[in-house]
Design a protein around this ligand. Structure first.
Ligand SMILES: [Zn+2]
Length: 425
């Protein structure tokens, strides 16, 4: 048992912080989380950690990640990593970097060679330490659609083709299905409003997934696509670059979640630095303001929002990492700091279907939590002041005075774990 004493506690549900709180873990689980005066009496031999008034909150989620991301994007079919095994190693490295940034759960929205399943399973079996991973396997797209030409994409035409691809991914053991309904920023000859899948094709995928108890996440760009997605049972709306108040109201009334990925549409300089094509940068520059307005509409209408970045969770962005930056951008779109924390924890856990086990600091759940200096529930920028990461009760690293632990020191993570520099392994 470990007693984390003298902290402020933000449980992730949107409730106000508990001052003078205690968090007690027993092996991998949370035994108690709440006010210190109500805490159970603890035997003297327990390890006691003084958190010195810092704030404890649930480990963050990043629900839109491509672990094998490589810059610049290639628009032709090439295996950038040479073998599925090496690809898995790259993904594992990125997963570790995410965990160092306080992201204890990743949802991967499109990978190749099913290497993502290998990384997920190795971590789940405790073969190696890493964050929790929910993953979609390959993106399932229309012929010539968004992501066409990227390694591992399954291109389909017609309902039967989409059903076949969905069944293959489910057979391999994916956690959910990822489709692309419209074009996006990466393809040269497509846009956020280019409709690429028919409604019948969307329905074909969602019905096959539903029969296996899996949800469908859809990359999409505009109002028409969002409405078509919701009508046809898509549960995870990715990006939504262009969305008016009326569409946001429809989304809010549905059981779907929005994963905005504002980080990537605010990353022009970063993408430019990594030599991405000019047309790609220009398209993102053009969509940035619209995207921010769309998410503001979603916040006003009460859409359930989860956190995702479309960049690596650890990518350095504006002085922090992409995941923390996303939370800040959600606040700039109108969320309170508490709401943004809920988006990155409880909402994301619900979207991932793992809220029974993680996502909030609640008795009986897995002890995934982080500790920050300051009050991130009042000023979201305090998420930048990360001081400790615990996953499943195991300490990943800590800079809490008197309780220091270094992570894997062989890895070049730089001075702080607030953003690993991007490396094209
Ligand atoms: Zn993506």
């Amino acid at each position: 048992m470990i007693v984390y004493n003298n902290c402020r506690l933000v449980d992730g549900t949107g409730a106000e912080a508990v001052e003078n709180a205690v968090l007690i873990t027993d092996k991998s689980k949370i035994l108690y989380a709440g006010a210190s005066e109500s805490a159970p009496l603890i035997a003297n031999e327990c390890q006691i950690v003084d958190l010195k008034g810092k704030t404890a909150l649930p480990g963050l989620f990043n629900c839109h990640v491509h672990m094998a991301l490589r810059f610049p994007f290639t628009s032709y079919c090439v295996d950038e990593y040479g073998t599925p095994g090496y690809r898995a190693m790259v993904m594992y490295r990125r997963a570790i970097e995410a965990m160092y940034c306080g992201v204890t759960t990743i949802r991967a929205t499109g990978e190749a060679d099913y290497a993502d399943l290998a990384v997920r399973d190795a971590i789940n079996k405790n073969m190696v330490m890493g964050p929790r991973i929910l993953t979609a396997g390959p993106i399932i797209i229309a012929h010539g659609g968004h992501g066409a030409g990227s390694w591992g994409a399954m291109e389909c035409s017609g309902q039967d083709d989409f059903r076949r691809a969905t069944r293959i991914a489910l057979f391999k053991g994916v956690d959910f299905i990822k489709i692309c309904i419209t074009g996006g920023m990466v393809g040269e000859h497509e846009g956020a409003s280019t409709m690429q899948m028919t409604e019948e094709e969307i329905a074909a995928v969602t019905s096959v997934a539903r029969n296996s108890g899996k949800v469908v996440a859809a990359h999409l760009g505009n109002d028409a696509a969002i409405r078509a997605a919701v009508r046809n049972g898509v549960k995870s709306i990715e990006h939504a670059y262009i969305m008016n108040r009326e569409t946001a109201a429809i989304l809010a009334a549905s059981d779907a979640y929005l994963v905005p990925t504002l980080a990537v549409s605010n990353a022009c300089d970063y993408l430019e630095k990594h030599r991405n094509p000019r047309y790609h940068i220009e398209k993102i520059r053009a969509i940035g303001k619209l995207h921010q307005e769309s998410v503001a509409n979603a916040v006003k209408e009460g859409v359930k929002i989860a956190v995702g970045t479309d960049l690596l969770p650890s990518d350095p962005l504006d002085g922090t990492n992409a995941t923390v930056r996303e939370c800040e951008l959600l606040c700039e779109a109108g969320m309170s700091a508490l709401q943004a924390i809920r988006a990155a924890t409880v909402n994301s856990a619900e979207l991932c279907g793992v809220y029974n086990t993680v996502g909030s600091l609640t008795v009986g759940k897995e002890a995934d939590f982080i500790v920050c200096d300051g009050r991130p529930d009042q000023n979201i920028r305090d998420l930048r002041r990360l001081k400790l990461v615990v996953k499943g009760g195991s300490l990943v690293w800590s800079k809490v005075e008197g309780y220091e632990k270094q992570g894997f020191s062989v890895l070049p993570f730089g001075e702080t774990p607030m953003g690993a520099s991007f490396i094209n392994w």
